[in-house]
Design a protein around this ligand. Sequence first.
Ligand code: ADP
Length: 155
Amino acid sequence: MVMERTLVILKPCTVQRGLIGEVISRFERKGLQLVAMKMIQLTDEVLNEHYAHLSDRPFFNRIKLSMMSSPVVVCCWQGLDCVQVVRAMTGATNGRNAQPGTIRGDYSISTQENIVHTSDSVETAKIELERFFDEIDFFDYPQTLDAYIYASDEK
Ligand code: ADP
């Protein structure tokens, strides 16, 4: 297993619905470590990059408008196999299909307004973290309960 970092964006729907704390609590309770976090206003320019894989879809402009409709919270979580762990906690894109117990399954009933963006692979996570954070934004600090979160041979 490898200590990884992944990007989570708490979307405008999450900020507006007062769910920032709920969502962050889930990652904390899982044992993941928060190593960077800030509130930002997304722009058309950064969203063209971030959602480039959707640029030919009919809803492309609409999701960009939705993502710019209020500030978002971007955060970086760290842990063993963090990328796939966070992705599993996120659930399916459409909140109506997402399993109960996942973030989208518990808080969303929409494909567009689906609470979080989470990186879908280790390679994407690296690119996305560089898109939203500078090196100085990351905090490298001991997680003092590590011995109760991981076995000694898990790192
Ligand atoms: P995910 O966020 O699960 O990785 P995608 O990368 O495919 O999913 O899509 C990015 C975002 O675009 C989704 O989280 C969702 O907000 C929006 N989206 C995807 N498909 C649709 C759709 N058919 N209609 C509206 N919005 C969509």
